[in-house]
Design a protein around this ligand. Structure first.
Ligand code: SAH
Length: 365
């Protein structure tokens, strides 16, 4: 199978071209077509010699993820369902946050990308892990999700086209555990960040992990300063261990110091994510324990009311209970957001759209 052009770096393409005796500037031209001009076919690359275009076509896939479905919710979330060459399905979500006084076209956009097909972490509450891990995504498939979003946005607002990534933030919070696919993730984000790629600032990219401690420490040493979010979901080993198997290998006594080391290394706040599940982790004792951890690591806390998943017994607590939980953190002067879940109606949460589509498509592997 042909590798994806979207997984190649300036260096890797330059090396291939040098083997063929092509002039060095061709690599930049090719990448310009992909990331700045958003070419959708080889024929569009008109400043390349025909023979070179022919070789590119034989050697690479231009776009390894095909858009099969877009769903727009009643609020401001769009969901892209993408099909890969092995028919695997992945999801990419566009979350729009409207700014005061301007239209939806000018809203801030956060793109949520996936890093694996399925997930091996087996968190008890999550749809993505229900069927286990199918495979890691390649760097090219990770980058392709963002290009597909660019195509969509370019078509909507032609003025945004060319030279610009048409979104404000990237969160690696879609399907999969990003730090379990470390090499391809970093390669992809390096391409996204490079000025010959999407030119997107590392500080506007947040990687969310269920808490793989050695990889958090490795991420802290990366030259590009990505932001870190950690899915805590339990503020004691007793509660966290019940819902997140990863807590057995990396209990809080290991996780918390790693998160602290990351934040000290970068001089920037990390985010602790805490989904609120009724009767599981929404007690005020958990709020107090979470408060102590957040104060210790100087973290921002993101409280997320649980999104019900078909076939799983969990629910979100009442608004009153959510607010009581948040109040404990606010009283300690922590930075807290209680997220009003977006995209509920389009199954935007974590693997739900893919799950339904896989079910309706029984012939798929
Ligand atoms: N594996 C990574 C990133 C993907 S999950 C991680 O664990 O952080 C992104 C976030 O969505 C995680 O915080 C995850 O715990 C949360 N999540 C999973 N299922 C959810 C649900 N049904 N409702 C709300 N949040 C959910």
């Amino acid at each position: 199978m042909k590798p994806a052009l979207t997984g190649e770096t300036l260096d890797s393409i330059s090396a291939r071209l040098a083997e063929r005796g092509e002039p060095a500037f061709r690599a930049g031209q090719i990448l310009d077509w992909v990331y700045k001009k958003r070419a959708r076919s080889w024929e569009e690359m008109t400043n390349l010699p025909k023979a070179l275009r022919g070789w590119l076509e034989e050697t690479f896939t231009l776009m390894p993820a095909a858009l099969v479905l877009t769903r727009q919710s009643v609020d401001v979330t769009d969901k892209l369902l993408l099909e890969l060459s092995d028919r695997s399905l992945i999801e990419t979500v566009i979350i729009r946050v409207p700014q005061d006084g301007v239209g939806l076209d000018h809203s801030r956009k956060t793109i949520c990308i996936s890093t694996q097909v399925g997930c091996a972490m087996a968190c008890a509450f999550c749809a993505s892990g229900l069927a286990g891990l199918k495979r890691d995504l390649t760097a090219g498939e990770i980058v392709a999700q963002l290009l597909q979003v660019c195509y969509l946005e370019d078509a909507r607002t032609p003025r945004a086209r060319a030279e610009l990534a048409s979104f404000d933030n990237i969160v690696v919070m879609g399907m999969g555990e990003p730090l379990a696919n470390y090499e391809e993730l970093i390669r992809a984000l390096t391409i996204v960040n490079a000025d010959w790629g999407l030119g997107f600032g590392a500080r506007r990219i947040t990687i969310s992990t269920s808490g793989i401690v050695p990889k958090i420490l490795r991420l802290a040493d990366e030259p590009l300063g990505f932001r870190l979010a950690v899915s805590l979901h339990g503020a004691t080993d007793e509660v966290r261990g019940k819902i997140m198997p990863v807590n057995r290998a990396y209990p809080l006594a290991k996780l918390v110091p790693a998160v602290k080391a990351f934040s000290e290394r970068h001089g920037r706040m990390v985010t602790l994510e805490f989904i609120l599940i009724e009767g599981v982790n929404d007690g005020l004792d958990q709020a107090r324990a979470l408060r102590d951890i957040a104060l210790d690591v100087h973290a921002h806390v993101n409280l997320i009311p649980y999104n019900a998943v078909e076939g799983l017994p969990w629910n979100r607590p009442t608004l009153e209970r959510q607010e009581a939980f948040a109040r404990i953190l606010e009283q300690a002067r922590l930075s807290v957001t209680l997220r009003r879940e977006k995209g509920h109606d389009i199954d935007a949460a974590c693997g739900q759209l893919r799950l339904k589509t896989e079910r309706d498509r029984p012939e798929a592997a």
